[in-house]
Design a binder for this molecule. Structure first.
Ligand code: FAD
Length: 446
């Protein structure tokens, strides 16, 4: 484990940054304290929430506070709760793995029932979900919060259990995979060599994570004195000069990578890996294949909706979100476009951008508020602008806080943080302030 080394730079001292951070938290608390209070809505509605990750728990907490008398049932077999935004910190040796593991029970609101099974089928025409054990749960309103599926199976030879061995790394799979990724990176940095980083085309949760991993691989090599003797290649399925969906951020990253000596390869999708031989296979859209030997490989899997959503009538049937089977919601109200008693929250939503915990923070009040209005027979007034945010780590002790909306417009929320300028404050937010904020979202407090 390491601690940030001399992180102050630019136009402020460490003390000024800390003061600014304090002002930011105080502002957030003040905002929460002045939020309007409305009488709880009396209802006997039956609400089912599929998924108890960040989105499911955040909406459950908010609905519990807005409604009086509703039966709220969360369906999810998973008992551990993972603070996924911390995975990159575990995978790069900044945090111990314990910091990202918790129990779901700790965050389940008192007035919510928990069915500890997976949803095996959605029948929205009958207003029923069917669990893996065959139990049929009827609802008046449904919130889909299943997150997404990491499709490692699309990469021939990939074995998630082998992460951490033979230079194989992947931050996404689990806390264990993140910790094993750090073992692989820690061993690699001692000698250096050929690092191969990957990024598939298509929607990703925290699309900045593959970029953060690349920056941190370079930084760890630099700290170990092995960067000059190493080569870092970044292969992406995206078109030329594209590694991120927001142009100004993309360009800022590519400029930094040029300085660091990271070589980007475009329209180059990871399709196979020979873990024992440390050899990766890439393909162009035309199907032309090439193989690359590596010492360290960071695998980012393609992502799609879980089968249970993809195969259901709740998925988009046409358009750009249909192939991934994403949930067909209106991007502003987050209400299903064909089943008005169904809403979506979090990574499962078939909307442009918006697969981050920060998205859930801003959209949980929209989903809960609109659902409560629907129950009360009032017009739905809440709208979501696609807010997506990601502290893009550029080295240990420094990050850029990137915030944007559906249109890719930058939407900075803290006046003291310039979006494209790296700072110690943005790093501090990532390592110290965002986890407490995440927990507050789980509890429906912000
Ligand atoms: C490596 C990494 C780095 C990240 N970095 C950041 C960051 O810096 N900033 C940021 O804001 N966000 C970040 N994120 C993204 C953030 O963690 C997710 O966007 C957020 O957790 C989404 O919440 P969710 O509720 O949609 O999905 P999840 O939190 O993944 O929860 C989904 C839940 O649904 C359950 N489920 C799945 N299938 C079913 C089923 N059939 N029936 C019932 N339940 C089911 C699962 O068991 C799980 O509990 C990162 C994510 C990763 C992996």
């Amino acid at each position: 484990m390491t601690t940030p080394a001399s992180p102050c730079r630019g136009d402020g001292t460490r003390r000024q940054w800390l003061k600014a951070a304090g002002t930011a938290s105080a502002g957030a608390v003040a905002l929460a304290a002045t939020a309007p209070v409305r009488a709880r809505i009396r209802t006997s509605a039956r609400i089912v929430i599929a998924g108890s990750g960040l989105g499911g728990l955040a909406v459950a907490s908010r609905l519990g506070a807005l409604l009086d008398g509703a039966t709220i049932t969360i369906v999810d077999a998973k008992r551990e709760h993972h603070y996924q935004p911390g995975f990159t910190l575990v995978a790069t040796g900044v945090w111990p793995v314990d910091k990202v593991r918790d129990t779901n029970a700790a965050y389940l609101p008192d007035n919510v029932q928990w069915v500890q099974e997976m949803v095996a089928g959605f029948d929205p025409a009958a207003n029923v979900v069917v669990t893996a054990a065959g139990r049929r749960i009827a609802y008046d309103y449904l919130v889909v919060a299943t997150g997404l599926h990491l499709d490692y199976a699309q990469i021939a030879g990939m074995d998630v259990a082998a992460i951490g061995t033979n230079g194989l790394a992947s931050v996404y799979a689990s806390p264990q995979a993140a910790a094993a990724t750090w073992s692989a990176l820690d061993a690699f940095r001692a000698k250096g060599g050929h690092a191969v980083m990957t990024l598939p085309a298509g929607p990703l949760k925290c699309a900045g994570a593959p970029l953060k991993m690349t920056f941190m691989v370079a930084d760890r090599l630099k700290q170990a004195g092995t960067l000059a003797a190493s080569k870092i290649d970044f292969h992406t399925g995206l078109p030329a000069d594209t590694v991120f969906g927001v142009k100004v951020v993309n360009d800022a990253v590519l400029t930094r990578w040029k300085t660091l000596g990271v070589h980007a390869h475009y329209l180059s999708k990871l399709v196979g890996v020979d873990i024992g031989a440390r050899r990766a296979t890439f393909a162009t859209p035309e199907g032309e294949r090439s193989t690359v030997d590596y010492d360290f490989l960071h695998v980012v899997p393609p992502m799609r909706a879980p089968d249970v959503v993809k195969a259901s009538d709740l998925a988009w049937k046409e358009g750009p979100f249909a192939p991934g089977g994403w949930l067909e919601v209106d991007k502003a109200t987050l209400q299903h476009r064909r089943y008005p008693n169904v809403f979506g929250i979090g990574d499962i939503n078939g909307t442009p951008r918006g697969k981050t915990a920060a998205t859930v923070k801003k959209s949980a009040p929209v989903v809960a508020g609109n659902l409560a209005a629907l129950i009360a027979g009032r017009p739905m007034t809440e709208t979501f602008d696609g807010y997506t945010s990601c502290p893009l780590i550029v080295r240990e002790g420094s990050a850029m806080l990137i915030e944007f909306d559906y249109e890719g417009r930058l939407t900075p929320s803290l006046p003291m943080i310039e979006p494209l300028q790296e700072s110690y404050l943005a790093w501090l937010m990532k390592v110290r302030m965002l986890k407490p904020a995440y927990v507050a979202v789980l509890k429906g407090r912000v």
